[in-house]
Design a protein around this ligand. Structure first.
Ligand code: IPE
Ligand code: IPE
Ligand code: MG
Length: 255
């Protein structure tokens, strides 16, 4: 009985012990933080409790990304479609955002994290906008991981936003139509100046993009798992990076 138990423990240890190649760490990881609702349902809790539990995961994952020297971590926190949810759930998500920024600020700042945001935040409650802008102002010169919180973010919305601003600039003769290429277009996206995500992680079992980084994901590696976001641990992040490091990225070329 004890021998069996010890063997199980040893195997688990082996599974957890993943050697990452520190010379091939993704520059940009993006995560669709999904499965909070189902995690809560399994425990007969309200969905909002799942979102609260999801915040704990964010804390650990940001810390680890920083330790691994990942440059950008984009976290999908609220999509342009999530407004369709019941009002009390939307309210809780907005309250959690403010609480998160207030409670975690000191530790994030101490860890040199830049607290950034992508998406159209003008539609968020004023208090959220204020906390986000203030967190960015106070951390923009930090040297650690840039954490992009994707809020009221939609890939289609982002592309339309870019198109409108490009047309406006063209009308004002600030750019000529011939000059519009991929690199100019990227300058008009919320992610302007950032590398495309190398790795996109989606826990919860869903295998879809749900309007996330549509332009930027052209050559991203995808990693899915059935684990719900509140149960997602540092070892799962390691597994995703390990798998990424064993993929053959060809970008349309040949070896
Ligand atoms: C993701 O978890 C969090 C947000 C979309 C804000 P969900 O709330 O989508 O969880 P499931 O998919 O219902 O389990
Ligand atoms: C995607 O999850 C958005 C976020 C994680 C913020 P959803 O739960 O909203 O996606 P769908 O509806 O299952 O595609
Ligand atoms: Mg979901």
């Amino acid at each position: 009985m004890f021998a069996f138990f010890n063997k199980r423990k040893e195997q688990h240890k082996l599974q957890d012990k993943i050697e990452l190649d520190m010379n091939n760490i993704p520059k940009h990881i993006a995560i669709i933080m999904d499965g909070n609702g189902r995690w809560a349902k399994e425990r007969n809790l309200p969905r909002t409790m799942g979102h609260r539990a999801g915040v704990e995961t964010i804390r650990e994952i940001v810390k680890e990304c920083n330790r691994l020297n990942i440059r950008y971590l984009t976290l999908y926190a609220f999509s342009t479609e999530n407004w369709k949810r019941p009002q009390n759930e939307v309210n809780t998500l907005m309250e959690l955002l403010v609480q998160y920024l207030r409670n975690e600020f000191d530790e994030l700042n101490r860890n040199d994290v830049v607290i950034n945001q992508i998406g159209d935040i003008s539609k968020l409650p004023k208090v959220c906008q204020k906390e986000l802008l203030s967190a960015y102002e106070r951390t923009k010169n930090n040297k650690g991981v840039v954490m992009n919180l994707a809020l009221n973010y939609g890939g289609r919305d982002e592309i339309l936003h870019a198109v409108k601003n490009i047309v406006k600039a063209a009308k004002e003769d600030l750019i000529s139509i011939e000059k519009i290429d991929e690199s100019l277009f990227e300058n008009y996206l919320f992610t302007s100046g950032m590398p495309d995500p190398d790795l996109i992680i989606r826990p919860s079992g869903e295998k879809r993009i749900s309007n996330f980084l549509l332009w930027q994901c052209a050559y991203s590696e995808f990693w899915y798992s059935n684990i719900y976001w509140p149960d997602f641990k540092v070892k799962d992040l390691h597994r995703a990076i390990y798998d990424y490091q064993h993929r053959d990225r060809r970008f349309g070329g040949v070896k």
